[in-house]
Design a protein around this ligand. Structure first.
Ligand code: PEP
Ligand code: MN
Length: 372
């Protein structure tokens, strides 16, 4: 059960002290308090853990300072969308809003290779009015002899150039606690020239110690990729690990599931789960068409498969797109075969706009039916 306190209640207030003293006396119930920092206001949420079935909903509602009470189902206690649950589905980070009702594009390099490529990429994004990007410094690779990313050595110029080209958020994978510290230090050294969304890759979805570390820090939002060989439920529980440690700025990423060798795509595209994740949880949902498809193949209509599946995710309500671009895909050190070229960015963005407007029309049409 979650008690959502009235906005004027602070941890220093008498109401709060009285409430907590009362809750401490309830048999078999322990509490955990979370500060939910929204765009406009900060709300205190008190999580009641234990034998909450015995508690009377109306009695809890009547407690001093309590504005609303949510009885949670067992699944995804914090991130889940529970009955009568009006809690927010959005957060703002470094001026960029992430919600279940909007869409942000993160086009960029799968892996940082040269300073020159980083600069060309970021300049092109600015030209197209894009404030977000993806840039991998730490690359967990299947083969130990493959390029593993430049690591912390590239962070100073990546962040400095991001600031120069007005990039607000960079999605960047981390695989170890030290990476978070290195990112924090490098951002500090550039005077917070940009912001970073920490990415947990599909190989680490169930790396619970990493999830706890990333969940404990409240500075950076997190993009958690679905595990490519586990169930959706297991992946959503991994997101709940992050939230249970305190971080609520979480985006859930779909990136395709492992399938048979020789299938047309690198992974089986799972974007039919966009509305499912939005229904089960309050997280914004990201799609990664590049790692799902894995090629630059096009169909007879001349549309690349990467664009087809992006449109499929967007028309189903996706909130974020993580996509590989490269100024010279043939020279990319990681995942060149799936990267789009910079001269395809305008087309890609137009294609997204078409799909998004179709989604918005679909939502409006559905609302007509519901209100009739
Ligand atoms: C990536 O986005 O660069 C990546 C490695 O993705 P995934 O973890 O989904 O394979
Ligand atoms: Mn990649």
């Amino acid at each position: 059960m979650i008690l959502i306190l009235a906005p004027e209640i602070s941890p220093q207030s008498d109401f709060y002290r009285q409430l907590m003293a009362h809750l401490a006396q309830l048999p078999g119930i322990s509490t955990r308090v979370h500060e939910e920092r929204g765009a406009q206001k900060t709300l205190l949420e008190v999580y009641l853990i234990g034998n909450t079935a015995a508690l009377d909903l109306d009695a809890m509602r009547a407690l001093p300072g309590v504005e609303r009470v949510v009885r949670v189902s067992e699944e995804y206690r914090i991130l889940g969308r529970h009955h009568d649950d009006q809690r927010s589905c959005e957060f703002v980070y470094n001026g960029v809003r992430f919600g279940q009702d909007n869409l942000n594009v993160f086009a960029g390099l799968c892996a940082v290779d040269t300073r020159e490529h980083v600069e060309i990429m970021l300049r092109t994004l600015q030209t197209h009015g894009q404030p977000c990007t993806r840039m991998g410094a730490y690359k967990p690779r299947t083969n130990p002899y493959s390029f593993q990313g430049h690591g912390k050595s590239c962070l100073p110029y990546v962040f400095e150039l991001a600031g120069k080209y007005a990039i607000k958020v960079i999605a960047m994978e981390v695989t170890h606690e030290s990476h978070v510290d290195e990112i924090r230090a490098a951002l500090h050294a550039t005077g917070q020239a940009t912001g970073v969304m920490l990415q947990i890759g599909t190989r680490n979805t169930q790396n619970f110690e990493l999830l706890k570390i990333v969940g404990k820090q409240a500075e950076f939002p997190v993009l958690l990729k679905r595990g490519f060989g586990i169930t959706l439920e297991e992946s959503l529980n991994a997101a709940e690990y992050l939230a249970s440690e305190g971080n609520r700025m979480i985006v859930f990423g779909l990136r395709g599931m492992k399938t048979n060798m020789g299938d047309p795509h690198r992974n089986f595209v799972d974007f039919a789960h966009v509305p499912v994740v939005k229904r089960l949880t309050r997280m914004p949902v990201c799609i990664d068409p590049s790692h799902s498809v894995g090629t630059r193949d096009a169909s007879p209509d001349r549309i690349l498969d990467v664009m087809h599946v992006t449109a499929q995710g967007v028309i189903a309500g996706a909130n974020m797109i993580l996509v590989d671009f490269h100024p010279a895909p043939g020279k990319a050190l990681v995942d060149g075969p799936q990267a789009l070229r910079l001269d395809e960015l305008a087309w890609f963005l137009d294609d997204i706009a078409i799909a998004r407007s179709a989604y918005e029309k679909r939502v409006a049409r559905a609302q007509q039916t519901v209100s009739n």
